[in-house]
Write a protein that binds this ligand. Structure first.
Ligand code: GAP
Length: 448
């Protein structure tokens, strides 16, 4: 395929996903009636169900099923000195340039030809200048520099600041980690590629504290755990993710760093960073706050600042990767049905994060009551939806499009034989199963 055609296909896919997300209430532009606001996205009913399921999956994997990682939920705004200590206020930015002709603004590191505007080709560009990505606000009634504060640019800094609180209250000893899921804000120059790069986004970060001598062992451990998560839980294929090792391009305090990248339709992009952060963050907070960030190790009778291994991933970026992985158009079925243009759009989402896990339909409105009863029982255990409108084929298609793994249809025979039809999204196979055992049957299937 030529590069031009390949680009067209890739663009079509991201456009199709964006349009599906808007049409079906997953994700749409914030404040759209006012023309939208660049880099901000709202999650609608199916989007928020999927986002919460994804966050729970990560939290369960990283915190709940372990004894050595604790949780935290800190504020978005913290003392401005936190960002002075972390280095964000002095150096957290990109070089940007403006095109004097078409007025487009660009990140210099993203321009192939640094002398020409990627939008209109003009060479009439301003000199590159530093642009800080921190979002500024004011705390209290007076809007001056003494009352300036910042929305956090990463969720990990409060983890470092709260290190001793968490350690002492949980009686944790090294090695142990602290995890947090929450909003982060960056005044990105060029928000783009749908939710890949936004100005407000959610991060899932874990900082694992250990002795420096063990740090590379833990770095390797977290690298393999995080790959296991993507392959086993999110079902990403080998050709969809890869590791980009930073090699020698490291911060002076770090011993190693890598990105886990995903094959997005617009090219390989960073999904998660795994960073050896050395003692940098705790040392800086010790220096700026005047409080000791040292740990006393009873076994070796020594005091030291722990070394930190970080795993950091964006929820929104993971959502986009999952949607790209899951989006499919089922031509085989449509050809079988002889309706070539009637493509079946299906999201092959892992059942654990599908916004609806089971949809229940009465074949006819007359059967609504017993079918609704099944839905009400199922929603105690799963994310279940009841749909009574339209032909049954249309209802299946609507569920395929939002990734519902199973549909349950209650028909006129169900009244007599106590069975319902269970339809599988991926194989489209249908089987008659006992209505009384449907929750158990679904549990078996969803747990696989
Ligand atoms: N604490 C380390 C840190 O924040 P980062 O590489 O800047 O490192 C980590 O961000 C992850 O957060 C990225 O891999 C990406 O998944 C997500 N992320 C960063 N900036 C983002 C943005 N503007 N929009 C959406 N997600 C973003």
């Amino acid at each position: 395929m030529s590069d031009v055609n390949k680009n067209a296909v890739e663009h079509t896919l991201i456009e199709k996903i964006t349009s599906l997300c808007k049409r079906r209430g997953f994700i749409f532009r914030s404040s759209e009636i006012y023309g939208g606001i660049n880099g901000f996205w709202d999650y609608g009913p199916y989007g928020v169900a999927m986002k919460r399921a994804l966050e729970s999956l990560w939290w369960n994997f990283m915190v709940e099923t372990r004894d050595d990682v604790e949780g935290l939920d800190s504020t978005v705004i913290c003392h401005p000195k936190v960002w002075k200590a972390s280095g964000h206020l002095d150096k957290f930015g990109d070089l940007m340039t403006d095109c004097r002709d078409c007025k487009a603004r660009h990140r210099v590191d993203q321009m192939d030809d640094k002398t020409a505007c990627p939008n209109c080709g003009s060479t009439n560009l301003t000199d590159p200048r530093e642009f800080n990505l921190m979002m500024k606000t004011f705390v209290g009634p007076v809007f001056d520099e003494d009352h300036a504060a910042y929305l956090r640019a990463e969720t990990c800094q409060p983890i470092f600041v709260d290190f001793h609180h968490v350690r002492i209250s949980t009686r944790q000893k090294l090695p142990f980690g602290i995890a947090q899921i929450g909003k982060a804000f960056r005044n990105e120059i060029n928000p783009r590629n749908f939710i890949f790069r936004s100005r407000e986004f959610t991060q899932m970060e874990m900082e694992f504290f250990c002795a420096d001598t063990d740090s590379m062992k833990w770095y390797e451990y977290w690298r393999s755990e995080r790959i296991r998560y993507y392959k086993q839980l999110l079902e990403f294929r080998d050709d969809e993710i890869r590791i980009h090792d930073h090699g020698d391009e490291l911060a002076h305090y770090a011993k190693a760093a890598l990105d886990i990248e995903f094959a997005f339709p617009f090219g390989w992009g960073e999904l998660e960073g795994i960073h050896h952060r050395g003692t940098w963050d705790l040392s800086r907070h010790q220096e700026f706050s005047g409080e000791s960030m040292e740990y006393f190790d009873q076994e070796t009778n020594s005091k030291f600042i722990p070394t930190c291994i970080e795993t950091s991933v964006g929820v929104d970026r993971t959502m986009l990767a999952i949607l790209c992985h899951a989006y499919d158009e089922d031509m085989a079925e449509t050809q079988k049905e002889g309706k070539e243009k009637d493509v079946r759009v299906v999201l092959r989402l892992p059942a654990k994060i599908a916004p609806v896990q089971a949809a229940v339909f009465p074949l006819s409105k007359k059967l609504s009551e017993p079918a609704k009863k099944i839905h009400e029982d199922l929603r105690e255990h799963f994310r279940s939806e009841f749909d009574v409108t339209g032909a049954i084929g249309k209802r299946y298609r609507r569920q395929d499009e939002i990734g519902t793994p199973y549909c349950v249809t209650f028909d006129f025979d169900s009244v007599e034989d106590g069975c319902v039809t269970l339809r599988d999204r991926d194989t489209m196979e249908q089987e008659r199963v006992s209505a009384a055992n449907i929750a158990e049957i679904l549990r078996d299937k969803l747990d696989k």
